[in-house]
Design a binder for this molecule. Structure first.
Ligand code: 3PG
Length: 213
């Protein structure tokens, strides 16, 4: 694992975020994440202005680890790099985007859930994969089954991960970190309930710490 991947692994969770009003919400949300002990954000391109949100967060917290999620095009990779984003997450495994990220020197986590995906990822020289959608694709049982032939990978499950099953995922040595939207739900963001987001982050960090102990 490279330094960035190790940092993600140490934090243990990755909030997956959609910001429909980045100018209003990106700043206070980054404050809440940092206060909650989760100084990392995967800002998805599910809403316009993801790159703007990344810039705002990084201006406010230069040491935060900010990257892009739901990246579907190389243009979005370029926008992320221009905004100062440090990693790319894609929902599926797209060889063109992975190679483009490798050329540009930005870390990429493609979504993989099958032996075929893993095999392709192996040939691309990847070490850490997103496992998406985790629960719907067989969850921990499938992650463990795939780790038998592909023991070289660590994975970041997202999709159906929440406070209820976080401990089970985090306790598995194949897991680098767990991701999800549950830490930053749309409703809490739109209502500006930053303290509740701080609490969700703190709880998540605590669960991961205990599960790994
Ligand atoms: C993702 O892109 O990682 C997922 O949509 C997260 O899924 P969740 O909403 O179930 O956490």
């Amino acid at each position: 694992m490279n330094e960035l991947q190790k940092t993600i692994c140490n934090i243990g969770v990755v909030p997956v975020i959609k910001l429909t009003n980045p100018l209003r919400d990106a700043g206070p949300l980054s404050d809440a994440l940092c206060e909650g002990g989760v100084p990392i954000a995967e800002i998805t391109f599910r809403a316009a202005g993801a790159d703007e949100a990344m810039k705002i967060m990084l201006e406010r917290h230069p040491n935060m680890l900010v990257g892009a999620g739901t990246v579907l095009t190389t243009e979005q990779v370029d926008k992320t790099i221009a905004a100062g984003g440090k990693f790319i997450v894609t929902p599926g495994l797209d060889v063109e985007i992975v190679k483009y990220c490798q050329q540009k020197g930005i870390v990429v986590f493609p979504g993989c859930t099958t032996a075929t995906d893993y095999h392709t990822a192996y040939k691309l020289g990847l070490e850490v994969l997103k496992f998406f959608p985790a629960e719907q694709s067989g969850g921990l049982a499938k992650i463990k089954a795939l780790s038998a032939p592909f023991s070289m990978f660590k994975v970041m499950p997202t999709g159906g991960v929440n406070l209820k099953n976080l401990a089970d995922y985090a306790a598995c040595p194949v897991i680098a970190a767990c991701g999800g939207t549950y830490m930053c739900p749309d409703k809490l963001i739109s209502e500006g309930k930053w303290n509740e987001i701080v609490d969700l982050c703190k709880k998540s960090v605590e669960i991961v710490k205990e599960a790994r102990a």
